[in-house]
Design a protein around this ligand. Structure first.
Ligand SMILES: [Zn+2]
Length: 279
């Protein structure tokens, strides 16, 4: 015999005021709201859960990233025989004197290495492949999977999608953004494989995408309070009778996907500007 409690859904909000939404679920089985695959009995419970999710996300975005355990780029170039001691010292001095910039960029600036060599060494540093963006235009087909505003913010492009195995190859110009990859995996329900591309090719590809019709996502400018964000999300979820809502974020953006299959809409909120990480 099936137990009666599994015939009805119960609200996922731990302190749901509606007796965990049981009565509502019984009376109106089609009612309620989905967030991250969980059911909430009322707009209030949904808003509460969305607010908590956004607060947690903002807190995690504010934490400094874990220190990368990577061999420094300059040292790798030295060990590969691409630069000598003198050139590396000169680049490091220039980096120090200018107060910033990446070592690879400074080595390029003094003419010690080419842009392609910097990308090759970055690939070695991250243990990631270098994607031949100059030979593949597949990114034109898959760039629309992510709002263009986010691609620009993280300087990344999805370059190859394998729908059958749900694999997405994502290219970066000079640093692999793991927060962005984590968000993509959650929002697109796929596995991501990072790769690197020559930075100028990345910039050219982003420029090309900018000129084409693209989905920027709806930017809710000026909405910065988590509760207010949750209210905006609820409005969109109700307008589209959403089947589910997913929340993620990186680089100062909260990215919300309101799903109403076969379509969806992306909402973006800005939390703060993240300074670029220099190594
Ligand atoms: Zn509830």
């Amino acid at each position: 015999m099936i137990k009666p409690e599994i015939l009805v859904r119960s609200c996922e909000l731990p302190d749901c005021p509606n007796r965990r939404g049981l009565l509502r679920a019984l009376l109106e089985p089609q009612s309620g709201y989905m967030l991250e695959g969980r059911w909430y009995c009322s707009p209030e419970c949904f808003e509460h859960a969305a607010t908590t999710a956004i607060q947690k996300l903002i807190a995690s975005m504010g934490r400094p990233p874990a220190k990368p355990h990577r061999v420094p780029l300059g040292l790798l170039m030295l060990s590969q025989g691409l630069v000598d001691d003198e050139q590396l010292k000169k680049a490091l001095r220039a980096q120090k004197d200018s107060g910033g910039g990446r070592v690879g960029e400074w080595l390029r600036h003094i003419g010690a290495v080419s842009e392609e060599q910097v990308t090759q060494i970055l690939g070695l540093q991250y243990s990631a492949a270098v994607f031949p963006l100059e030979r593949s235009k597949r990114y034109l087909e898959c760039a629309d999977m992510v709002p263009f505003r986010l691609l620009e913010a993280a300087e990344m492009i999805p370059v190859h999608h394998l729908p059958a195995s749900r694999h997405l190859y994502v290219a970066f110009g000079d640093r692999i953004n793991h927060s962005a990859l984590f968000a993509l995996e959650k929002m697109l329900m796929c596995r991501t494989e990072p790769c690197l591309v020559v930075k100028s090719l990345m910039q050219r590809a982003l420029e090309e995408l900018r000129k084409r019709p693209h989905d920027m996502g709806i930017l809710a400018a000026g909405v910065t309070d988590p509760q207010e964000m949750a209210g905006t999300i609820l409005d969109h979820a109700e307008t589209h009778a959403a089947a589910d809502v997913r929340i993620s974020g990186f680089d100062g953006y909260i990215w919300v996907r309101v799903l109403f299959p076969p379509s969806h809409t992306d909402l973006l909120f800005q939390t703060r500007k993240t300074p670029p990480i220099v190594s």
